[in-house]
Design a protein around this ligand. Structure first.
Ligand SMILES: Nc1ncnc2c1ncn2[C@@H]1O[C@H](COP(=O)(O)OP(=O)(O)OP(=O)(O)O)[C@@H](O)[C@H]1O
Length: 243
């Protein structure tokens, strides 16, 4: 990895990798978007991915989710990752528990959906409909739908970007709790440096098709990089005395 690595001790994750990406190549026709990208995310590790608009963050996430083919390299994940997108993508004609259990081929699907919905604070809305939910509640259901699959890798593509500030903070608390309980590896694509600093064990910045910067925080604590330093990595010079 051509990364600039902060001189902090690496967090220790003992459960093994949630995904290992080697030498990834992803192009659209002749246009190369990702080249020679290497990445390993451990189970229980929370990784935030930042980078300028158009640098390839969603392209990487879609490749990890096997939503798109890759043109070179390898992606090795023990199980199929679960994905939460910016928009909830709930099916309007199915009630909440059916949305959450979609694709679960088990006899106790309703019970499992109920458990997941309870975890996200919606255990009393099993038979309700997506149209009756607020934006934040819809994203809670999307999280429940991801968790019910018991993923080892959870891919989050700007899942809180469309929420108001207060709801976003509540969602941060919820996600932190869910990740602590279930221990998936997480890759969070975000434009929000504060969100990355608040949530991630490791912050990556993508540039020129690969990971160009890496910062490791002490596990369980907040990242020790300043907002201004991170913004600088993103090519933004901040003049605010508080940042
Ligand atoms: N289906 C596609 N066909 C052709 N080019 C594409 C396609 N999807 C994405 N691209 C191009 O690939 C590049 C990376 O796009 P991507 O959506 O991954 O960026 P991003 O970092 O997620 O951007 P943003 O932060 O704005 O969401 C962009 O130049 C985009 O135009």
């Amino acid at each position: 990895m051509n990364a600039h690595v902060a001189a902090l001790p690496a967090a220790s994750f003992e459960a093994g990798p949630a995904v290992v990406v080697s030498n990834l190549l992803r192009s659209y026709g002749s246009r190369v978007v990702i080249e020679k990208l290497n990445l390993r995310i451990e189970r229980g590790e929370f990784v935030a991915l930042l980078g300028e608009s158009g640098c390839g963050k969603t392209t990487l996430l879609r490749a990890l989710a096997s939503l798109d083919a890759i043109q070179g390299g390898r992606i090795v994940a023990p199980r199929r990752p679960a994905v939460v997108f910016q928009e909830h993508r709930l099916l309007p004609w199915d009630n909440l528990w059916r949305n959450v259990s979609l694709g679960l081929q088990v006899p106790d699907a309703r019970e499992r959906a109920a458990e997941a919905l309870t975890e996200v604070g919606l255990g009393d809305r099993l038979d309700d409909w997506p149209r009756n939910l607020s934006g934040g509640q819809s994203q809670r259901v999307a999280l429940a739908r991801a968790l019910v699959q018991q993923p080892e890798l959870l891919l989050l593509d700007e899942p809180f970007a469309a929420l108001d500030a207060l709801t976003r903070i509540r969602m941060h608390e919820l996600v932190r709790e869910l990740v602590a309980n279930h221990q998936p590896g997480v890759l969070l694509v975000t434009h929000d440096v504060d969100e990355a600093i608040a949530l991630a064990d490791r912050i990556l910045v993508m540039r020129n098709g690969a990971i160009a910067f890496e910062h490791r925080a002490v596990r369980g604590g907040s990242a020790t990089i300043s907002r201004a330093d991170l913004l600088r990595e993103l090519g933004v010079v901040s003049h605010s005395p508080t940042s």
